[in-house]
Design a protein around this ligand. Sequence first.
Ligand code: PLP
Length: 290
Amino acid sequence: MTLQTVYLNGDFMPMEQARISPLDRGFLFADGVYEVIPVYQGQLFEWEAHYQRLENSLAGVFINNPMDNQAWLSVLQQLISLHPWQDQFIYLQISRGQQIPRDHLPQADLIPTVFAYTNPLKPLADSIISHGIKVITLEDIRWQRCDIKSIALLPNVMAKMQAQAAGVDDVILVNQQGYVTEGSASNMMMVKAGEIITPPLSAHILPGVTRQVIEKIANRHHIPFIEREIHQTELDSADELWLASSTKEALPICQLNGQPVADGQPGAIWKQLRQLYQNYKIQTRTRSTI
Ligand code: PLP
């Protein structure tokens, strides 16, 4: 097992030595935000997009960014270089900091707690490439600011547990009006008649970086990419359904609420997109090393 080094409040240290106060507002109030960033062949993927979203999340909850873009890059690049894995994913979290005594109202002078660590990023399992994943639809019971990447993830955790209890891999969340929002930790896409359709950006979904990359790839390759609301009744006649996130890229959903999606196999557009996505990863890496 590789010993993991983590970054905490200015220092790199073995994971076992990292300590955070029990009065940290992240622990007591889930008062903080996070990012998950893939690393391919030792290089951060779509750093600027992740950094921009981090800034937006921090601004959305009124926490000052404790570091600028270059300082973050330097920390994350050191963290990457301290681990042997070619492909990794970084988790970084900023909470509002420790406050004594506990009070809902934050003190003005708190020092944010900054934590980052990295993990090996595994390729998609062969079984998923061949057979996809199974999902159920579930009511979206989250708050009205899902565009903020908040560490308050209890509804997402509960959704994952409900998926497991139902014997499936994940969920498609549906709002009270019957419209799809996203997955428990991913954006949702539907393919119908050759078009990739996904709910528009709003306060009700996270602006996924993978979603943005898929949009860019689709535009480059003249695959229609349409942003519009998707009613849950449309899912039953979809040609393909996907969930998209940084660590999984696009995942084909092959069973929905116990029924096969189309012929129950990963679809042609997903296969094409998957290949284009791999090419995009190589192209962006080559560009950033020039
Ligand atoms: N939506 C939610 C709720 C998520 O948690 C995530 C990722 O964790 C996404 C969407 C996809 O975002 P990204 O593609 O930036 O990983």
